[in-house]
Design a protein around this ligand. Structure first.
Ligand code: 13P
Ligand code: SF4
Length: 354
């Protein structure tokens, strides 16, 4: 929907008043009305790096979800303040692994006698507590654009990986990219005693996958892939690795949001694409590339927006920018010092991956 001209003008004026004091980051899943005010856009890896590369900005306004704002706070200086325009913009996947559950899991691994061989690898889509757990236990963070490199690194440090919290990214990377078998992976269910696994199963596994998933990407199905191939002959199916394994296995290309954009930029005129990722991004890409004769459709019409990404809308952004311009620091995201120290260790291991 076109943005309200009054709000557009107010956002522009507040941003101008703040000048270099503010830097606005926008994840690719954000609404168009918000993206138009982003100083940079990116996937979660690029945004984490960009936040750290802007030490002169006193305020980082993060248009994305809570874990991204936390990561930005961890990676930026103490005098930089990270602001999330709506505090209710969380991530259901990140919420699927709590600090208590993960501590309990580590106890289970210890009891089974495998903890010493396990290196935790946590997806960026996790709370600062989970990142700190990862740092404490010698592990690294990964995003969908470097999961393969993170796992290669982890298997140089130990024999097993505990992958948190997205089972699909973990399984897809291990099986599709690294040639492991489905039997090398087990799923740890935090709602069952001992994760629902026996000590023998834990000893035999290479990948211990946390039972978490994305509520948006998890809804694309093998049927959606088959249907679109029937409907649009010659279509290329391109999906995010948060999709389920059978969807990824049936797709032609798999990658992060940044990869999806680059692939479409390089695609020839006349090519046809079905994209399995968040709808704001797919619509924006469809509109952007239509004049070049690239046909881009959403992989499954029954899947909807990421509701938490969508909480950041123009009224929230205007409110945050105007408050900052008037000297009121609102909706600051601040990770406590101890958590930050260990989470930073894990994030820096990621940033140092080859
Ligand atoms: P990327 O931007 O890293 O591809 O991840 C997408 C995502 O689901 C963020 O929530
Ligand atoms: Fe979380 Fe999925 Fe939304 Fe990304 S798309 S923020 S993983 S719920």
């Amino acid at each position: 929907s076109p943005s309200d001209p009054d709000l557009v003008e107010r956002a522009r004026a507040a941003k101008e008043k703040l000048g270099d004091k503010v830097f606005v980051l926008g994840h690719h899943y954000q609404r168009d009305e918000v993206i138009q005010f982003a100083d940079v856009t990116g996937d979660s890896f690029k945004l984490a790096r960009d936040a750290a590369a802007r030490p002169q900005a006193e305020y980082i306004v993060f248009c994305g979800v809570h874990f991204m704002a936390e990561s930005a706070d961890i990676l930026t200086g103490d005098d930089q303040k990270v602001v999330l325009p709506d505090l209710a913009a969380g991530c259901s996947m990140a919420d699927m692994a709590t600090a208590e559950q993960v501590a309990e899991c580590w106890d289970v691994l210890t009891e089974a006698g495998v903890a010493e061989q396990v290196v935790p690898v946590s997806y960026m889509n996790s709370s600062a507590d989970i990142k700190a757990f990862t740092g404490r236990h010698g592990g690294t963070i990964c995003t969908s654009s470097n999961a393969r490199r993170a796992l290669d690194w982890a298997f140089e440090q130990g024999e097993k990986v505990l992958f948190l919290p997205d089972q699909h990214l973990g399984r897809n990377t291990a099986v599709r990219d690294m040639g492991m078998s489905l039997e090398d992976c087990v799923v740890y269910n935090p709602h069952k005693p001992n994760g629902g696994l026996t000590a023998d199963e834990l000893r035999a596994a290479k990948m211990i996958l946390w039972r978490g998933h994305c509520s948006v990407h998890g809804r694309f199905s093998l049927d959606s892939v088959n249907d679109v191939r029937e409907r649009i002959p010659g279509v290329n199916v391109l999906v995010h690795p948060e999709c389920r394994h059978e969807v990824v296995a049936a797709a032609d290309h798999v990658g992060s949001t940044e990869y999806i954009i680059k692939t479409l930029e390089a695609a020839p005129a006349g090519s046809k694409w079905a994209i399995g990722t968040e709808l704001n991004l797919v619509r924006r890409l469809a509109n952007r590339f239509a004049p070049e004769g690239k046909e881009i459709v959403f992989l499954d019409k029954t899947v909807c927006f990421c509701s938490t990404m969508n909480r950041i809308d123009l009224p929230h952004l205007v409110w945050a920018l105007e408050s900052l311009a008037e000297g009121n620091l609102v909706n600051r995201i601040e990770v406590d010092k101890e958590t930050e120290a260990f989470a930073k260790l894990a994030l820096e291991r990621m940033l140092a991956l080859p």
